[in-house]
Design a binder for this molecule. Sequence first.
Ligand code: MG
Length: 155
Amino acid sequence: MRIGFGYDVHRLVEGRPLILGGIHIPFEKGLLGHSDADVLLHAVTDALLGASALGDIGALFPDTDPVWKGADSADLLREVVRRVSEQGFTLANVDATVVAERPKLRDHVAAIRERMAGILGVEVSAVSVKATTNEQMDALGAGHGMAAYAVCLLT
Ligand code: MG
C-alpha cells in the first residue's frame, strides 16, 4: 500500500467561473490560475503523484507551458490516473478537505464526489470530500482564496 498527500491553494477573483472538484459552482468569484485552477482536483492530483512518487503537478503540467493554459483539470487528473495505473497501482480511496469561507459547499459535495469518482474511475464510496472554513482567520478566512488538502491510498 502507498499513501499520498497533496495540497493546493488558489486566489479567488472576480470574472472567473468557480470550478471545484470538476463541477461549476455558482458564485460571484472564481479561482485564478493558468488552468481552470480547480484547487480540489489539483490537491487530489498531487496526492496520486505523491503516492506513486511520480513528481508533482507543477512538474508534469508547468504553468509556463501555453499547452496547459485554460486546461481542464479533469483532463490532467485523468492523465495522472493513467500514469499511476500504468505503474501497476490501483486507487483504493481518496479523502479531501476544501478550506473555503464562501460559498457553502455542503449542497455541492454529492455532485463533486460523483464527478470525481467518474474522473478517477472508482466507486463514489471511495471518494470523500469535506468542507470547512478558516474561521475568518488569515487570507483564506478573509475569502481571498481557497485551499485543498487530499490524501489517497494506492494498492
Ligand atoms: Mg493549483
